[in-house]
Design a protein around this ligand. Structure first.
Ligand code: PHE
Length: 346
């Protein structure tokens, strides 16, 4: 029995040396320490010994069991450690490594200014509304008091679409101004009315640094009882001062647009020299800002409004030109060129 214990101890320790993986270790456990293992076999055999031997060998076998189980545990720990450090190594992330940056875009300068314009008018109680870029001839021209044979049509030559509009509204046309929305809004919302309509417009232009076939305008309209040019003057002065964040002056000159009567041009004091006279304002101290006037009775009627009861004013200014002025952009073509080197500067 003593020999057997020695032999088993030697064999088991040598076998443990050979264990190289946790699968080996499982097999080792089964062979030596498992329920049907060799050590358990020896322990079972103890019952056949004399009481004397049972005592001696029982103790020795138990000690061997403790020794082998201890060494087995140590081996098991070794494997566990190796596994953990391997997965730590595999899953390690270098939190200090520089990240891959995604490029963030931003709002185009045109619409940055448009948002500012909208905010200021909303603060004054105006709603922002929208209308179609493909208009009917009726809304773009006739409804606005510009009949087909009218010379004012020449100023706003544009692109026609080879298709008729709904009902009796003539051909389809890319709108030349945002003014068609005066009538659309009157019909849709009725009176009283306080709106602005920012939007893209199109004209058949020979393109150069200050002319483009596609640009943006902002239309304004206020209709109620007892509305006069004084309201227009108040609203526009307030608007320009809030936009440019300084004291401004405005003045009216006569101007012609078939859909207003009287028609006016509004000039603002030059934002570069504050009216003293400089290169930009050609020494006049004034910059032409927009067309405007009291809404023509023809237009009110087209919008279903009785001109004897209501009156109002309308204006239209070039958002594109305003943006160019504000940022000192010298060529209108940059704005819609799609060239990111331009857009990224704002
Ligand atoms: N629609 C005119 C234009 O494009 C501007 C305008 C709008 C003038 C409203 C008077 C009233 O030139």
């Amino acid at each position: 029995m003593k020999n057997e214990l020695k032999k088993l101890e030697k064999a088991a320790l040598a076998a443990l040396e050979q264990v190289k993986s946790s699968a080996d270790l499982d097999a080792y456990h089964t062979k030596y320490l498992g329920r049907k293992g060799e050590l358990t076999g020896l322990l079972r055999g103890l019952k056949d010994l004399s009481p004397e031997d049972k005592k001696t060998f029982g103790k020795a076998t138990n000690e061997l069991k403790i020794e082998l189980e201890g060494k087995f545990k140590m081996k098991q720990n070794e494997f566990e450690h190796a596994e953990i450090s391997k997965s730590l190594k595999d899953e390690w992330i270098d939190l200090s490594a520089p990240g891959t940056t995604t490029k963030r875009g931003h709002i185009h300068p045109l619409y940055q200014v448009q948002e500012e314009v909208e905010r200021i008018f909303q603060q004054m109680g105006f709603s922002v509304v929208d209308g179609p870029e493909i208009e009917s001839e009726y809304y773009n021209f006739e409804g606005l008091n510009i009949p087909a044979d009218h010379p004012a049509r020449d100023m706003q030559d544009t692109f026609f679409i080879d298709k008729k509009a709904d009902k009796d509204e003539g051909r389809l046309v890319l709108r030349t101004h945002t003014s068609p929305n005066q009538i659309r809004a009157m019909k849709k919302y009725g009176v009283p009315l306080r709106i602005i309509v920012p939007g893209r417009v199109f004209r058949n232009e020979a393109t150069d640094a200050s002319h483009e076939h596609t640009f943006d305008q902002v239309e304004g309209l206020m209709i109620d009882k007892d509305i006069s040019i004084a309201h227009l003057k108040g609203v526009m002065l307030e608007f320009l001062q809030r936009l440019f964040k300084k004291e401004m002056k405005i003045r009216f000159r006569p101007g012609y647009f078939p859909f207003v009567e009287p028609g006016l041009e509004l000039d603002m004091s030059c934002i570069f020299c504050d009216g003293k006279g400089c290169k930009v304002c050609k020494k006049t101290g004034w910059i032409e800002f927009m067309g405007c006037g009291m809404t023509h009775p023809h237009v009110l009627r087209a919008g279903g409004i009785d001109p004897d009861e209501y009156q109002g004013w309308a204006f239209g200014f070039g958002l594109t030109r305003l943006v160019m002025m504000r940022y000192g952009i010298d060529d209108i073509r940059h704005l819609t060129s799609g060239d990111l080197r331009f857009a990224e500067q704002f």
